[in-house]
Design a protein around this ligand. Structure first.
Ligand SMILES: [Zn+2]
Length: 410
């Protein structure tokens, strides 16, 4: 079982605050007054950040600051500065914050992000798009009216009215206009021709696909952000609340290509996403079914598949499949023709942060749920053997029930 992760890619920057109160132990006293950057930055180096932001404080303007972090990061972090530093000179605060950020984002990682940024800038500078209209969101050009109407209505009932759910957690629906699919296919083809002509070495979408391209890398990132925020997030908020479907805030978008002289099939894996959108763009092909084998947490990713979890989906151009990122799946061989799909891995930094502190078993894992049912069943059998009446009347005193309650419901 592989985690299908992008190569050398870090789309979001997370600033960890350790146990919540930031950095190192307290400090020797410091001189009063507003210190200057050069003289006073070092003595502040180990001061603790505030756990909760100072809501009354108005941060400085950092819009002129260039570097690895967006100015908004400094403005947000300034509210967490210790009281002794919050009114210091802007340069002192900036120096202090840079020092903290550097500890949580090692030099190697920063170099990697910087290299990727330069890689994208090189492409954007040199590549001339074929269809400019793809680079801005045009809902009526991109999406089918039925899909647009459901999103506009923004109710679970409307979403479900255009979808089928062949197995729990997998939804399929007609989504994209044929003309949009054609334009995107032509754009990708144009990009690949350019890559070939320029002998440009591009980064592939992930560790498992040798063909295809990352759409975010050649200028489509902003449009695809809107795609996710306006057209996927409202649906995932309703259909996938348990995995951060309501807090999607970054994505990884790419094209995969299967057929002769392309990738043939895709091994069994889970995605590096909370929610995955997979849309077939064309062209003509046989085979290439997407097979699903149940949703699993990290602990159960290699566990057996139950019969009712097996499902094979046959791609239709323009149709989307929406599924949980940890829904185990793979692609059967595309036996002839060429199949090209658009993939949008949607992520939630909030969910990923929360998951670090999760103690109980996740409700969405099929195996966790199966184990839970098994234990409950054993509990009932055991207690019935002792005294059915006693158990019914006083199950609060039953250690088995108490154990299960503690484990799953608290
Ligand atoms: Zn599990």
């Amino acid at each position: 079982m592989a985690l299908d992760a992008p190569v050398e890619r870090r789309d979001e920057v997370q600033i960890a605050m350790g146990n919540g109160n930031g950095v190192a132990p307290s400090q020797p006293s410091r001189p009063a007054g507003r210190p200057t950057a050069a003289a006073a930055a070092a003595p502040y180096a180990d001061r603790r950040l505030r756990l909760n932001p100072n809501a009354d404080h108005k941060p400085e303007d950092y819009s002129d600051v260039r570097g690895e972090y967006a100015p908004a990061v400094y403005s947000a972090l300034e509210r967490h500065l210790p009281p002794s530093l919050i009114d210091a000179d802007r340069d002192v605060k900036l120096h202090f914050m840079r020092d903290i950020l550097a500890r949580y984002w090692p030099q190697g990682e920063r170099n990697k992000v910087q290299r990727h940024r330069e890689y994208r800038q090189r492409i954007l500078h040199l590549y001339k798009p074929l269809h400019e209209e793809l680079y801005n969101m045009h809902p009526s050009v991109f999406f089918l009216p039925t899909f647009l109407e459901a999103v506009r209505s923004n109710t679970e009932e409307c979403f479900r009215s255009i979808m089928t759910e062949p197995i729990p957690g997998v939804y399929s629906f007609a989504m994209l206009q044929p003309t949009f699919c054609e334009m995107l296919l032509e754009e990708v083809e144009n990009f690949e021709k350019w890559v070939h002509a320029m002998k440009f070495k591009i980064m592939r979408p992930n560790t498992m696909n040798k063909y295809g391209a990352v759409l975010d890398d050649f200028g489509l990132e902003a449009m695809l952000n809107q795609f996710m925020e306006q057209f996927i997030a409202p649906i995932s908020k309703v259909l996938y609340p348990e995995v951060g479907g309501g807090t999607l805030d970054s994505h990884h978008a790419f094209i995969v290509e299967y057929g002769k002289d392309r990738d043939v099939e895709l091994g069994f894996h889970v995605d590096d996403s909370e929610v995955t959108l997979n849309v077939c763009l064309g062209k003509q092909f046989f085979g290439g079914e997407l097979y699903f084998r149940g949703i699993r947490c990290e602990n159960h990713v290699n566990s057996e598949t139950q019969h009712e979890e097996m499902y094979d989906y046959t791609h239709i151009p323009g149709w989307a499949v929406l599924h949980h990122g940890r829904h185990r799946h793979g692609a059967r061989a595309t036996s002839s023709g060429l199949r090209i799909n658009l993939l949008l891995w949607c992520r939630s930094s909030v969910f990923r942060e929360m998951k670090k502190y999760q103690k109980d078993f996740p409700s969405w894992c099929g195996e966790c749920q199966r184990e839970k049912r098994e234990r409950q069943s054993q509990c009932v059998k055991a207690t019935k053997m002792v005294s059915p009446n006693t158990h019914t009347q006083a199950n609060r005193l039953c250690l088995c029930c108490h154990f299960l309650d503690t484990l799953y419901f608290l």
